[in-house]
Design a protein around this ligand. Sequence first.
Ligand code: FE
Length: 201
Amino acid sequence: MDDQRIAPTRTASVEQRTDAIQAVMEARGMQPGAAIDSAYQLAEEEWVPLNGGRIVAKAWTDPAFRQRLLANGKAAAAELGLSMPPHHRHLVALENTADLQNVIVCTLCSCTAFTIIGLPPEWYKDLDYRARAVRQSRTVLKEMGLDLPASTEIRVWDTTTDTRYMVIPTQPPETIGWPEDKLAAIVTKDAMIGVARLPGT
Ligand code: FE
């Protein structure tokens, strides 16, 4: 091999790359800093798992809402004042039972119904989770602390750009009769992704 045109393999760090993009945008009169600040604020204050928790709590306590949620998740979320970006065309609610565990993944990247259940955790974006959640779902759940009996069916749902999912966990029996706001607070992001169950279920 005498080809002298081999490209250098060094890759800039994430910080260097984002700084470079920011510098180019600023040079063209854009203000990425403001957009980034506003995204942080949305992520921390508005795109919170409590949104999904409210949906789950209402589904647990209101059978008619539960039916509407299963039929059209996005419309049911809107009833609670919860919105999704236009390109999230569908919200599909997946109901767990004692014998069925639904699990969400995005094998391509990291898509979630983030305005409803919150932004994806770091492990959700990991290539390892994305590949193995499909091929070795029972093992992956066990590694994450959810050791399901062999009799429990696992269904893995691959998110797309326009179809987002949320898992409706089974309700802990000791919480039956609680008010909705108290129920909403016990629903975790992991339970709505399907890699955890709520205590007592
Ligand atoms: Fe994705």
